[in-house]
Design a protein around this ligand. Sequence first.
Ligand code: HEM
Length: 192
Amino acid sequence: MAANQEQKEFFGPIAALIGKWEGDKGMDVSPEKEGDEKSPYFETITIEPIGDATNAGEQTLVVLSYVQVVSRKDTGKVFHHQIGYWYFEKATGDVLYSLTIPRAVTVLARGKATLNGPKTDISVKADAQNKNYGILESTFMSAKASTRSFEMSVSVYENTLSYKMNTGLHIYGRDFAHTDENTLTRRVLAHL
Ligand code: HEM
């Protein structure tokens, strides 16, 4: 389910993301009261074309949706679930990435895509201080497990996607770099 030529023209650099991706080499580093916990994981990320959105009659965004389902390797249980959109604005070259997770945290991050030959590199970031590309969280999370920053870089080369995320938390009275990374393969449907 990689992008066809028509989708590449329509969605620009984010077309490279379209597909159903699977990977079992994930590593999560998350906060504990004392120290951290490292959890190997497997996951599926499904990224689908949506279409375009016109804002105030002036701005055109092309949009993909995604669902990311992440499971702990030792138990097989889902321990992270994330949904959102990828956006590309041709006029500015901006790439936007939104995410919502079940902890009642939402992020809108901004960045750029770079085409390096056959490779597409995208990086986006958000900061709690930024009014536009920022973070919204519940009152509880804000008081006890606050997300202060978010950064992600993604590279796609043919049917391989790798990403690194760094979520800057303030939890248990200290700053903590909550990180996640994985390499996934696009599941290509066999031709009959
Ligand atoms: C593959 C991606 C991710 C995985 C596998 C993951 C997994 C985890 C795990 C295992 C914990 C510890 C939970 C506990 O101790 O009870 C945690 C904590 C947390 N995560 Fe993530 N996470 C991911 C991405 C994110 C993202 C993108 C955000 C927000 C932008 C986020 C926000 C948080 C917060 C605020 C906590 C602190 C809550 C707590 O420990 O009580 N995570 N995450």
